[in-house]
Structure formats: structure tokens, C-alpha cells
Design a binder for this molecule. Sequence first.
Ligand code: KIV
Ligand code: ZN
Length: 526
Amino acid sequence: MDRSEKDRVKIFDTTLRDGEQSPGISLNKQEKLEIAHQLARLGADIIEAGFPITSPGDFEAVQAIAREVHGPVICGLARTGKQDIDAAWNAVKDSERPRIHTFIATSDIHIERKLQTTREDVMGQARAAVAHARQYTEDVEFSPEDGSRSDVEFMAEVIQIAIDEGATTINVPDTVGYTMPDEYAEMWARLYELIPDLAKVITSVHCHNDLGLAVANSFSGVTAGARQVECAINGIGERAGNASLEEIVMLLHTRESSVGVWTSVNTREIARTSRLVSRLTGYPVQPNKAIVGRNAFAHEAGIHQDGVLKERTTYEIMDATTIGLETNSIVLGKHSGRHALRKALEELGFAVDGAALNSAFKRFKELADKKKKVTALDLEAIVSDEMKQAPAAFEIESFEVEASNVRAPLAKVTVRMPDGTVGSGSFTGDGPVDAFFSAINAATGHDARLKEFHVSAVTGGRDALGEVTVLLELDGQLGSGTGVSTDILEASGKAYLRALSNVLSDDAVAEAERLLEQETRTAPAP
Ligand code: KIV
Ligand code: ZN
């Protein structure tokens, strides 16, 4: 099929910005960099790397991505204020292809209740923001927030202003996931009618999944003429999340001959990207999730298995190899050396050297002693787990758990604190994991409450690595963490302590944001 550039749909990935706004997710700089490198391998056209004004940590992560990740456009989000736009620019300016994305709400409910201002003021802020951003770069995106619930005539006026000031991409978000496919397409049709200049810019969709329609609405926007889709890996994002990147990409790929548009995503990187994001965010993928769920290519009913064995396409509309799900050829054993490990990791897309290679090698040797064959999935799990060892975090020093069915399990644990001191605690519980987590609370002096606990095996077999995900709550804040080990208790302890470290670092960010807001409110007018 002939492909022309005008039919190419750009993939704007917002996993690291909207995705990172999901409750309990807190990625450090190294984790964000790793995800950004993988998004570049995946072929995302634009990476929205963060919202630089919100915290020094976010600023630094966006800056590192802008400096180190090559290929995609690197974008920073900003409200309309000068300080926001300056922060976004300073964070992305070292990229080969920087973009500033600025937004302001255009729905009356947001203008009156949230911004407590007027339509005239919104028009003025949009004008000033795009003009200011254009002084820095030619690549400026503008979004009228809550666009799908805005008065379309007023929104069109604001968009016209943004285009007049030099915005090159216009993105109309369904911020609260309220619209329906036909309605969203009608809104676009009306906008094209009202703003002939839309033909001169890239139009973009950004849909939330509150009613489970994010991908359907995004697709509807594409059919109406949009040539950029904002989406996130595994569909993570505010509340019910964003349109899932893998679903929209595979929809356009699988039905390309019917829809007539295409993306330049390397679909064979989809499965790996999904696993990496799930591990680093601590958000498991639901088993029946389209494209990347564990069951997406599994056949349970005998009649289906029989059909697939005779002819795969009887029950499969996609080939698992298209998203990179085939069993990887990498297999190492206990005699494999450091060089073989480094090569295997390179093949998997991890550039691991120096101290990181040494610790990965140590983990690999420990695993190879227990497991005859170490596969690509095992290596991915070990390396992502190593990445989770944030320098200023709690770490288990030692633990002992006594469990039997005649008396309450008892756990004793010593934990290294972020300041280097060591705390210890012991506790009984309803089960070994419960006792272990209570002992960790006692050792760290934090009364965290477990909200969710998931265990899964990285590969099949009794010697498989176990992967644990924990979601906990401390003083009303959520934090998630994952841990990997052949010992499920060790993996659980790691996951719990990482979740705790994440809540506490989120606390620090919230405090910094509160101070910043206070400062802005009390600062004299410029
Ligand atoms: O959902 C939304 O409206 C957003 C904007 C910042 C684009 O995330
Ligand atoms: Zn959003």
C-alpha cells in the first residue's frame, strides 16, 4: 500500500507526563530516562517528558531526556504563565528537537470555577503564552483544556489566536473523558469549518478514558482529520488514564487498509515497552488488556485452540510477533560471562556499564545458580529491578520470617534508612507477608497501610523469578513499588520499601509545590 506523509499519524507519548500523574506513580530521573530511551526505540514521534515547573526533580528529568534521548521531539508542558514557559524551555532547550506545549482551559466551568477569571482573560493569556513560547522555539503546541466541554465558537476564537501567534500544533483534549466518538468528530468538523487556518497546522487529539472511550474517541478524531494522537503506554494517566498507545497504534496498523492512515511506530517494541513501564511504575497490566495483556494472544477454549493450530487467523487478528511477543532467542546459563551478559543486555536495549553492569552481573550469577536457563524476560526483570535502587531510599539489610500453621507468623527485619542509620522491628501477623510488612513499619517508624498486593512469575516454572507489586497508603498519600527476586518474601519486602520511599518522596514534592504556590501568591506583582 502506498503511504504518503499526509496520512501519517504522529504518536505523541505522554507516559512520562500525564501517565506519571496517576496516583501512586513516582518515577526517578533514571527510570524516566530508561523509559524515554525505550520510547525512542519504539519510534514515538514526540515524547512529552514532564511538566518542568512542578518540581526540581521533574525539571531535571526532562532536561536529562532532552540532552540524552535522540530522535523524537522532546516536549515540556507549561501553563500560560511566563515562569511555566521559561521552565519548560530551559528543560527542553538542549534537545535536538525541542517543543513547548502550553495550555489553558476554555470551558466555562473551568474558567469560572477553577481559574476564576473571564473569557477575555483566557484569550489574553493564550495569546501571551504562545507568543512568549514562540520567542524560544518554532515548535509550539497549544491545548484548550476541557476542549470537548467548551463552547465551540469561543474555543475556535482562542485557537485562532494561538495559530495567529505561531502555534504549530493544536491539540483539543477531552480532558474529563466525557465525549463520545460521533460528538468528538462533530466538534472537529465544526472547528475545521470555523478555523480554515487549522489546515496549516497539525491537529491533535488527547482523550481520557473515564467512560472507556479514549481510544474510540482518538480514532474518531483521526478520522475527522487529526494527525497527532496523544497517548500513553498501558493507557496510564490521570484518573482512568489516557488512550493506550499500543491500542491506537495496533488499531491503525491492523486496519491500515481500511483506515488509510499509518504510524511509523516499530510495533515489535510494544510488548517490551509495556513491560518496562509496568515494572517501573508499579502499575500491573490487567490480564485481558487489549494487545499487551497476558491473555491477549492466549486461547483457552478447546475449539479456539483447535482452530488456531489449524490456521492461526481463525481466531487471531494480529500475529504476536508483530508486537515483539515471540520467545526471545536470548538464553544465558551459569557459565556465561560478563561479556555475554553485556551483549545480551545491549540486544535488549539496556546500555549497562560500570557499577550497574557489576550489580546486574552479580544478580545474574545468583539467578543462574538457581535457574538453569536465564531468559530475556529474566534479564529485563533483573535490570529494571536494579534501576529501582534509588540512592536515597530504604533498603532491607536482613530479615527472618518464621511461619507455621500452629502459631502466628513472626517477622524480624533490619532496614537501612535513607540517612544511613539502621532500624529494626519485629511483629507477628495474620500471615508471613502481613507480619513482614508490620515489622517493616516498626523498623522504619512509618504506619503505612497496605492497599494492594500482587505476585506474578516473570517466566514459567518453579524456579521462576517472582515479581511483587505493592500499593500502600501513608497519611492519605498513595505510593507503589515493585520488587523482583526468586524469594517471594524478599521481593515483597523490596516492593513495600520502594512504595514507602515513593510516598515519602512524593510528600517532599507536594511540600515543594505548596511552598512554590505560597511564594507565587505572596510575591509582589511583576
Ligand atoms: O487532559 C488534558 O486536558 C491535558 C492537557 C494538559 C493537554 O492533559
Ligand atoms: Zn490529559
